[in-house]
Design a binder for this molecule. Sequence first.
Ligand SMILES: [Zn+2]
Length: 229
Amino acid sequence: MSIDIIARPSPNHDSRGDRAIDMIVMHYTGMKTAAEAIDRLCDPAARVSAHYVLDEDGTLYQLVPEALRAWHAGVSHWAGESGLNACSIGIEIVNPGHEFGYRDFPEAQIARLEELARLIMARHNIPARRIVGHSDIAPARKTDPGEKFPWARLARSGIGIWPDSTFAGQPDRPENLLARIGYGVPPQVDVPLETVITAFQRRFRPARLDGVWDAECGRLAASLAAQIT
Ligand SMILES: [Zn+2]
């Protein structure tokens, strides 16, 4: 199986070293148009890039070959590891984002994303628990792909994990549950716990993004942690 991809090579990449690919990071572009975003991701002065840019109508662009390290994650942490550009594929999904009019992701875009993510996961044997959003791995700096991103739908296709809202497990401290899911938590990272909780909510319980850990957060997080360990 293959899908149509338009080449738009970016000079912004380097070597992965000897680190294997085992993660996908989802982003939104956060710019007014796809063209503006692609120009920036190909501008040597900007020093940012991603492997793929996916437009709202499903048009897919490749900027960096998967074998090379693209520069999309920045300072980042997941599952005890930092500097996640080395091990990840970065997908920039076109959306104006919170700054320029955050809107729903169209069906054509998400259908194409499912195809692309499935191919990447199969190619590199990437487990569902290592499909993350930029805000999961850099919660103090980033809110993309944001609370409108259809994580629940993607998880039904095996792309990312999703909690079972009826799960009844042992309650635990938020730091412990978040760390088991993969989040960097204080004191391992210099980020307030409330900020990490907000990132967790944005991904798994988007109805309320207040950074307050309540019983529902605890239940959902315990369900996710149980899927991982
Ligand atoms: Zn991002």
